[in-house]
Design a protein around this ligand. Structure first.
Ligand code: NDP
Length: 290
């Protein structure tokens, strides 16, 4: 053996991809999953299935958790906290920054060292040079295990606060889920009119690619607090969104998504920003609904 070994708990699509990446790098991999059968093909590929969570924890210092959420982690580990002492838990499960901070304190109380992670990569890209994972927690811990963590993906260390990796991840997912659903919505409108997803694809890709240009254009203005309506005006945006909503409705497609955006634009106009850029919506969005 080359002395490199790791435990992976949780064998959903992500955990499975991680195990395969470690096996490909000749790591000794101990796995555990609530549904044991999900380990069958991994065992055939060289992983070792621990007979219990406790033994999975005991097998290696570095324990990767890849679970649906933190509730799943407590369900698995709360009954065996005595086995946490001396372990390094890298939690690559998604959850909120607040729950990540609580989990770090909980793990520390039980004698474990803890890293929060947010995996910004799909299962097929795990173990490839593409994509990355956010980490937060003790920096020396990341450095100590950098080699093993980089088997999964590039490491993006965000800082000591254990909530940070979760925060960066959720900020990214806010953009990701709403954007992807917006694309699906536009496809539904196209299909309602007999235009196929493939027909519209080149134009959809063009819009998606242009978004990064807009991010880069507006970011310095947002930083500077400059909402000048020289390129776009909220009043123009309202008129444009009304055309969108009307077109969507005429196609018999659900209007909730563009209507939510139209509502924000209208409130911006009502707040006196008709001649300002859409960047002026930021203060309104930040005020929230609480
Ligand atoms: P899944 O939800 O498919 O897998 C979850 C794992 O959690 C399974 O091993 C499951 O066990 C286990 N689990 C869930 N609830 C419990 C419980 N109460 N007790 C014990 N075990 C439990 O997730 P993925 O593998 O897709 O993803 C893992 C994490 O990575 C998630 O937090 C996800 O948000 C994140 N992620 C996922 C991506 C993706 O594309 N899939 C991309 C980036 C991040 P069992 O097999 O027994 O059900």
């Amino acid at each position: 053996t080359n002395g490199r070994s790791v435990t992976v708990i949780g064998l959903g699509p992500m955990g499975r991809a991680m195990v395969r990446a470690y096996l490909a790098r000749d790591y000794e991999v101990t796995v555990w999953n609530r549904t044991a059968s999900k380990a069958d093909d991994l065992v055939a590929a060289g992983a070792r299935l621990a007979p219990s969570v406790e033994e999975a924890l005991g097998a290696n210092e570095l324990v990767i958790l890849s679970l649906t959420d933190y509730a799943a982690m407590y369900a698995l580990l709360e009954p065996v906290t005595a086995a946490l002492s001396g372990r390094v838990l890298a939690n690559l499960s998604s959850d909120t920054p607040e729950r990540a901070r609580e989990a770090a304190a909980w793990a520390t109380r039980h004698g474990a060292r803890y890293l929060t992670a947010g995996v910004a990569v799909s299962p097929d890209l795990v173990g490839t040079p593409d994509g990355f994972t956010y980490y937060s927690g003790p920096e020396d811990l990341v450095e100590e295990h950098r080699g093993a963590l980089e088997v999964i993906s590039r490491v993006e260390y965000r800082g000591e606060d254990p909530g940070l990796a979760a925060l960066y991840y959720q900020i990214q997912m806010d953009l990701f889920w709403t954007s992807l659903t917006a694309w699906l919505h536009s496809v539904a409108v196209a299909e309602a009119h007999g235009i196929s997803v493939e027909d519209i694809l080149p134009y959809s890709v063009d819009v998606a690619d242009s978004l990064s240009t807009f991010f880069r254009f507006y970011a310095p203005r947002l930083s500077a607090g400059d909402d000048t309506g020289d390129v776009d005006r909220l009043a123009m945006g309202v008129a444009s969104l009304e055309h969108v909503v009307d077109t969507v409705r005429a196609g018999g497609v659900e209007t909730g998504l563009p209507e939510a955006v139209l509502d924000v634009f209208r409130r911006g106009v009502a707040a006196g920003h008709a001649n300002d850029s859409l960047t002026s919506l930021r203060s309104l969005l930040r005020a929230g609904t609480a």
